[in-house]
Design a protein around this ligand. Structure first.
Ligand code: ADP
Length: 493
């Protein structure tokens, strides 16, 4: 007897290759492809942002004027269709006034004033689109606060809607630091009845609404993006105020490490780099380094010294404050540093000042630049991630594949993927420090630099990293187990 095809409605606020601000987009762009390979009928819904329109991708209008309930009545959305990979349907929710803006979530560090309207509308439009298209999902997989309303809608206004009777929700926390907090008087925007939902056991959070909490409380299963982070967020230090509710829902929670899309992140076939390379054929890596040094106007003498890379959102989470304290000590080691980042203008200013002081040794680029990010990972010897906290982190896994040795803080997914190198045994793939302070970071950098000087050891270390396999297959199978487990369990109402 043929087994029934699992149907998943996959809701995310950013998806590669359509729109991206961070790792969520990488995950939302590759996990569905891996699930499809496992036989799942997976379909995505995303907002039709200006950034997507500018890409001129092939889209087709499939529903004109779909009516979506809002606080004041109904608003219309147009639904367009495109594809992820070869044949995964992606539905784009178009509403000019909500999504046709220069950025995804806000401008210059400030959120758009109407984000609750934007993402409540999106959440409701996603459900109504599935209904209209007669796509009856077994699982609705929601990601981060932007879609955290959906599990609550399924337990409230949609509880008895025939189309969703057999749908369970899975909510993935990519970063607990972004909690979707809005004032209580915005409750009518959510479409949820106040009495059933706005209380401490619901989505009320210190007198406000938290759409992240909504996802945590009302989903049938919760996942987060690494086993270590799944444990850390149960503590007051990393739980960011959500540790109580997370502990209460602990039995429904799973830590699944993100994977890497090795079609995009592979030095043997990367279209962003001119010289391809692979283990055993490493000459191209040296050429990538030479080209990066030229591109960033660095001193050519650095071709024979360690070149360290950073690609990061400029946010407190990422640990750049401890790095800034030790720029002077780092340059005493006769190394080069390349930083690609976007975000906090204050951090940007401080990095700019250091770059001016250290011309020829330090190259910076502020802004989002996908192509440069590949060239930095390929052209550097070491890759630095000193995060204060890190749910999973993708760049350390990319760096491993490109033979750029990670130096990381031992936290979250960084701790799960990087094994401290041991010179005696030759085992390990990078360097880790534990305490969140500049001194500990500097010790780790010094240790890495001292290994670089011994080319035999360094080559071994690099190759250890390049051999690591973090492909999506394993993680997709872990998600399948989560989906199967919620389908078997009675729903939490
Ligand atoms: P987070 O999601 O917290 O930002 P991750 O390490 O999970 O961190 O993912 C970050 C993703 O964003 C990676 O794909 C990284 O290469 C990319 N990225 C970060 N900053 C930039 C930038 N300025 N330009 C291009 N890509 C960037």
């Amino acid at each position: 007897m043929p087994t029934k095809t699992l149907k998943i409605l996959f809701l995310a606020s950013e998806v590669v290759p359509f729109a991206k601000s961070g790792g969520l987009a990488d995950v939302a762009g590759s996990l569905p492809i891996a699930l499809k390979k496992l036989g799942v009928d997976v379909r995505l819904v995303i907002p039709y942002y200006q950034a997507i329109k500018k890409k001129n991708i092939d889209t087709r209008l499939i529903i004109k004027g779909l009516e979506i309930p809002v606080e004041t009545g109904k608003l219309k959305a147009d639904i367009h269709k495109t594809a992820l990979g070869k044949n995964i349907p992606v539905y784009l929710v178009e509403r000019e006034d909500l999504y046709n803006r220069p950025n995804l979530y806000g401008i210059a560090g400030d959120d758009y004033y109407d984000n609750i309207e934007r993402f409540s509308f999106f959440s409701r439009a996603a459900l109504i689109t599935a209904q209209r298209l007669k796509f009856k999902p077994d699982i609705i997989h929601c990601h981060d606060w932007q879609t955290g309303l959906v599990p609550a809608l399924l337990k409230g206004p949609y509880l008895n809607v025939d189309h969703f009777l057999s749908a369970s929700s899975v909510f993935t926390i990519h970063n607990l630091g972004y909690q979707g907090i809005f004032p209580a008087n915005k409750m009518p925007v959510t479409g949820l009845p106040l009495d059933k939902f706005f209380h401490p056991e619901g989505l009320e959070y210190w007198g406000n609404i938290s759409l992240l909490k909504s996802g945590i409380v009302f989903s049938d299963s919760i996942t987060t993006v690494s086993p270590s982070y799944a444990k850390e967020i149960l503590t007051p230090e990393y739980g960011m105020g959500m540790e109580g509710i997370l502990k209460r829902r602990h039995e429904f929670m799973h830590g699944i490490l993100n994977g890497v899309d090795y079609n995009s992140w592979n030095p043997a076939k990367d279209t962003h780099i001119t010289c391809k390379y692979s283990p055993g054929k490493m000459a191209g890596k040296r050429r990538c380094k030479e080209e990066l040094i030229k591109e960033m106007s660095l001193d050519p003498a650095l071709n024979n010294r360690p070149l360290i890379g950073i690609i990061s959102r400029l946010a407190t989470q990422k640990g750049l404050d401890i790095l800034i304290k030790i720029f002077k000590d780092i340059f005493k080691l006769d190394v080069g540093l390349v930083i690609l980042g976007e975000g906090d203008s204050n951090l940007e200013k401080r990095i700019k000042v250091a770059a001016e002081k250290n011309k020829g040794k330090m190259g910076v680029f502020f802004g989002l630049n996908e192509s440069l990010s590949h060239r930095i990972i390929a052209g550097t010897d070491m890759f630095l991630i000193p995060s204060r906290y890190e749910p999973c982190g993708l760049t350390q896994m990319y760096a491993l594949k490109y033979g750029s040795v990670p130096i990381v803080r031992a936290i979250g997914g960084l701790n799960d993927t990087i094994v401290q190198f041991d010179k005696k045994t030759g085992k390990g793939n990078g360097f880790k420090f534990y305490n969140y302070d500049a001194k500990a970071l500097l010790i780790s950098i010094k240790e890495a630099v001292s290994m670089y000087d011994n080319s035999k050891i360094w080559n071994k270390l690099r190759l250890e990293g390049m051999k690591c396999d973090f492909s999506w297959n394993r993680s997709a199978e872990a998600y399948m187990k989560v989906y199967e487990s919620v389908l078997k369990k009675p729903k939490v109402v």
